[in-house]
Structure formats: structure tokens, C-alpha cells
Design a protein around this ligand. Structure first.
Ligand code: G1P
Ligand code: ZN
Length: 553
């Protein structure tokens, strides 16, 4: 056995290593400053019960600095005494594949390097997430503990060793640690085979009148999508576009929405466009679903998947329950009501679904932010969502638009939009939320503000959403200010927890429409009154000078 020299490096704690909605995210250069990454990784290791003798999974979305960060983490994992570290080849693991690997190999957890849908590059974003042994994002208690550890950190430990050849699968020994470089796709593909009807989907994909386009946005799902759709399921070559993961995502913004998945949107919104279109984000946990000239909102997508779940082999026996994040539309609730399922409303962020999934209270869950998933892993899963749609389409042999319209006819349609105001200063963001919290806390003032805006429908209630986890009774407060109206409409406000500079205000607007005759209207027009009201209630213009959102989804 080689003797390993373990260095103990003295360091100063950083005060800003508090993980946000999804891990610690900063500008790449900030992460590259001496000791910054190392401190955070050591804080994670110090928080774990015992790395000694345990297995750790490591991988990332391939963005700029991924490879260097992985070598650092490997050296620190060896120093921490892990007996085994599993790494994706090339340093690749999509977020859902990392979750799959953690679960399959029963590791103590995993470190996933990603800033999700944020751009990558030396001047863009980088991030580090820790996932626990269940494969899910560290719950709040754990992220708090990591943060606390980071604040008093005085040293970290790192092995003096040669870099590991992460481009070649195989076993590598470093001191007492075995480092296994694995195919990042294989285990995930095997899991997909267990969940879906591959034969039916393959038949669909080979039907001459069925056309499918998957936009990997130059990010990590390229390798998964090519292996799954083109190789395993026989979709024609070229089905996957932008399929080679690049460190800067081709200079793009790898966020699957109508604004950023430009090439896909261009192909889909024409009379001879593909029957199904889909895209995924930087680390593969988000998805967007499109039909020919038809956009499926993420809130509708999870509702349609839940309503049709028994068409999919994995869910043939039915669902235990469902969950959505609070700002996500109530389309899923309508399905749950009809099917007699429990429907949980959680704060924003996938980590809140973990306990419900672990406890078997839910099977399928989703967020309005292009996140959909199930109990097969503990992360949202973009490719899984596309597979759900393929399986449903293979069974129903209808167009995407027809399936969604039939869904609205059966369950009602919930018109829904999210308006983001990016690039506000932290002070502006805080001032808007402070004002909204005060308004929501006083029903008199809130009612007066609604009346002053000339809104005809009565305010039913207003609050700052707080969540008590039904499994461990932990409480999360201040999760979004919401105004609920007598007609079921809602306006919700919260600040983003994933940005790296300034503040982003998100305004979510929803109104259910049971009347079939009104299911074909333009969303922004249909919701125009509520959107105006949302601006008025927040004093947006006075407090930020803004009148128009930067992104509408
Ligand atoms: C955003 C989304 C949220 C999602 C998270 C991670 O967080 O709104 O639903 O879980 O990204 O993908 P936010 O920036 O709003 O805090
Ligand atoms: Zn993501």
C-alpha cells in the first residue's frame, strides 16, 4: 500500500458559505479563490457522522472548473478516510444520475458540482451541493450544520497524490481509498428500464409519423439522451440536438424554458414541427415539454403525468400521494381530489419532497420551475419526465395538445404564469418583501390595497407561507407571501434563493378556470388584471423602478 502524505492546511473561515435553495452557488472565480472550495468541502466532511470506511459519490454537470474541483475533492476524500469514492467518467454525473448512484451503491452521500441552469464559464456560475444517503438534497438541518461548520473552520486536510485519470473507467488506489471511475449513464439507464415500457416507447419512436426532438442545450443530458433515446430506444440519429456537454454550454443559458431553449422552440412552433419536443437544463434535473405548436406548463405537466401515471409500468398500481411546491399551480390538486390522493404543499426547493418520498407518503411531485420527479430517485429528473410523456403518448396515441386539452376538460384549467424581476439590488428585493410581509400581516390593509387597485374579487386570505414537515415536524418560515382570492386566484411573491448576485423577485400568478369555453385563451391576456394587481400590491415600481419583468414563464 502506498504511503499517503496528508497535509493539514491552515485556513480562515469564509462567512458566506450558506447553501441556498440548491447548494452553494457563487461566481466561478469566487469559488476558485484559494481555500474557498476546500473549506466548503471540509465543512461538509466535518458534518458527516463518519467518512471513515464510507463511500462517497462525486460528479458534476461538466461546467467550467468541474474537472479541477473533482481532483481537489478526491484528494480531500482520501484525506478524510473514505474507503471508496465513486466518480462519473469525465467527472460527469447529472443530478438525477448522482441521486441514482448514491442510492444504488448505498453511499454515505454525494457531492454534485453544478449551478444547475445558470450559465457556466470563468465569469459565470459554479456550485456545490451535498446530497444525503437517500440520494436527495441535504435537508435544511444538514445545510445549517454545514454552514455552521464552515464558519468556524480553521483547517482542512488534503492528500498529496497524483491526479486520478477520471477520463478512464476503472479502479484507482490512493492510500486506503479505492477510487472507482464509473460510466455515468449505465446505472441511470438500468433504472429507466425498470420504470418504463421500453418496447412500447421504441415502437412509438420508430413510427414514421412520430417525430421527437430533445434539446440537451450543450449540457449534461446530451450523454444520457443519446444513450437512451437514440441508442436504447432507436430514435433516429439527430433526435438529440446540442448533445455534447460543453464547459460553457456553448455560451448559452442552459435553462429549458421558452426564452432560453431557442433552437427547440423554433423547431416546435411550426405546422410541420415534431410531435414531441423536450429540453433539459445544465445538470439534467429540469425539463420542458412541448407539443407541436404547443407549450405544456410545468404545473400542467406534473398534473398530466399524475393523472396518467397508471399507464406507466412503475406506477401501474397507483400513487401513494402527490406533492407540489407552494407557488406551483393547483392543477395537481385537482387531479389528487378526483383520484382521492393526498396532495402536499411544500416550500420551494426539491429538498422538501425528500421526507415525503422517504416516508412513502407521495410517489410523484413537481415544481412550476420545470421540475418533475418521483420516488425513483430523490431529485427532480428531466429525462424521467420526458420518458413519462413518451410512455403516455405511446399508450394514448394522441398529440400532446390533445392530451392536455382533454386533461383541462376533465379537471379544469389553471391559467398560470411566473414573472421574474432579475438584477434587483439586495436592498430593493428586501424592501419589496418587507412591504409585502407587512401588508399580508394586516388583513385590513391588504383588503384596502386590493380595493384601491380596483380589483373586483374579494381577498380571501393573505400570509407568509410557513411549512411544518409532516414527517419530522421541522418548521420552515417565510417561504413566500401569498394573497388568495375568493375565486381561487392567487398571487405569490418570493425572492430567488439560487442567484449569485443581487436579488430576483419572482411573482407567481394563477387563476383556475373550470369553464371549458374559456380554455383557449392567451395566458398573459387572461391573467392581465391579476398581473396588474400583483404589481400594485408589491409597490414594485416605487420600490424598484421596474415596470416589466425580465423573464416570463
Ligand atoms: C429555483 C426554483 C425552484 C427550484 C430551484 C432549483 O429556485 O424556483 O423551484 O427548486 O431553482 O432548481 P429559486 O431561485 O426560486 O430559489
Ligand atoms: Zn438543475
Amino acid at each position: 500500500m502506498d504511503e499517503m502524505t496528508i497535509q493539514t492546511i491552515r485556513t480562515q473561515p469564509f462567512s458566506d458559505q450558506k447553501p441556498g435553495t440548491s447548494g452553494l452557488r457563487k461566481k466561478t472565480r469566487y469559488f476558485q479563490q484559494p481555500h474557498y472550495l476546500e473549506n466548503f468541502v471540509q465543512a461538509i466532511f466535518n458534518t458527516l457522522e463518519s467518512p471513515v470506511g464510507a463511500t462517497l459519490a462525486v460528479g458534476g454537470d461538466g461546467r467550467y472548473f468541474n474537472r479541477e474541483a473533482i481532483q481537489i475533492i478526491l484528494k480531500m476524500a482520501v484525506a478524510a478516510g473514505f474507503s471508496e469514492v465513486i466518480v462519473g467518467q469525465y467527472g460527469f454525473l447529472s443530478t438525477p444520475a448522482a441521486s441514482c448512484v448514491i442510492r444504488k451503491y448505498r453511499t454515505l452521500g454525494g457531492i454534485v458540482l453544478s449551478a444547475s441552469h445558470n450559465p457556466g464559464g470563468p465569469d459565470e456560475d459554479f456550485g456545490v451541493k451535498f446530497n444525503a444517503a437517500n440520494g436527495g438534497p441535504a435537508p435544511e438541518g444538514l445545510t445549517e450544520a454545514i454552514y455552521a461548520a464552515s464558519r468556524s473552520l480553521e483547517q482542512y486536510r488534503i492528500a498529496e497524490m497524483a491526479d486520478v485519470d477520471i477520463d478512464t473507467c476503472g479502479d484507482y488506489r490512493r492510500g486506503e481509498t479505492r477510487i472507482r471511475v464509473i460510466d455515468p449513464v449505465e446505472d441511470y439507464l438500468e433504472l429507466m428500464r425498470k420504470l418504463f415500457d421500453f418496447e412500447k416507447i421504441a415502437n412509438l419512436l420508430q413510427q414514421p409519423d412520430f417525430t421527437f426532438c430533445f434539446d440537451a442545450m450543450h449540457a449534461i443530458t446530451g450523454i444520457y439522451a443519446k444513450a437512451l433515446f437514440e441508442q436504447a430506444l432507436g430514435a433516429p440519429a439527430g433526435t438529440v440536438i446540442n448533445g455534447t456537454p460543453l464547459p460553457d454550454f456553448g455560451g448559452g443559458h442552459p435553462d429549458p424554458n421558452l426564452a432560453h431553449a431557442e433552437e427547440l422552440v423554433h423547431r416546435m412552433f411550426r405546422a410541420d414541427g415534431p410531435v414531441l419536443g423536450a429540453a433539459s437544463d445544465g445538470d439534467g434535473d429540469r425539463n420542458m415539454i412541448l407539443g407541436r405548436e404547443f407549450y405544456v406548463t410545468p404545473s400542467d405537466s406534473v398534473a398530466v403525468i399524475a393523472a396518467n401515471a397508471t399507464l406507466i409500468p412503475a406506477y401501474r398500481k397507483g400513487l401513494a400521494g402527490v406533492a407540489r411546491s407552494m407557488p406551483t399551480s393547483c392543477a395537481l390538486d385537482a387531479v389528487a381530489n378526483k383520484l382521492g390522493l393526498a396532495c402536499y404543499e411544500t416550500p420551494t426547493g426539491w429538498k422538501f419532497f425528500g421526507n415525503l418520498l422517504d416516508a412513502g407518503k407521495i410517489t410523484i411531485c413537481g415544481e412550476e420551475s420545470f421540475g418533475t420527479g418521483s420516488d425513483h430517485v430523490r431529485e427532480k429528473d428531466g429525462i424521467w419526465a420526458v420518458m413519462c410523456w413518451l410512455n403516455i403518448l405511446a399508450e394514448r396515441q394522441q398529440s400532446v395538445a390533445d392530451i392536455v386539452k382533454a386533461h383541462w376538460a376533465a379537471y379544469g384549467r389553471s391559467y398560470y404564469t411566473r414573472h421574474d424581476y432579475e438584477g434587483l439590488s439586495n436592498e430593493q428585493g428586501a424592501a419589496i418583501m418587507l412591504h409585502l410581509r407587512a401588508l399580508a400581516a394586516s388583513s385590513e390593509q391588504a383588503i384596502a390595497a386590493v380595493a384601491e387597485a380596483g380589483h373586483a374579487i374579494a381577498l380571501a386570505s393573505a400570509d407568509d407561507f410557513a411549512y411544518t414537515d409532516p414527517v419530522d415536524a421541522s418548521v420552515s418560515r417565510q417561504q413566500g407571501v401569498r394573497f388568495l382570492f375568493a375565486d381561487g386566484a392567487r398571487v405569490v411573491y418570493r425572492l430567488s434563493g439560487t442567484g449569485t448576485v443581487g436579488a430576483t423577485l419572482r411573482i407567481y400568478v394563477e387563476k383556475p378556470e373550470p369553464n371549458l369555453a374559456r380554455h383557449d385563451e392567451d395566458t398573459q391576456t387572461y391573467l392581465a388584471d391579476l398581473i396588474r394587481l400583483a404589481g400594485h400590491l408589491s409597490h414594485l415600481e416605487a420600490l424598484s423602478g421596474r415596470t416589466e419583468p425580465t423573464v416570463i414563464t
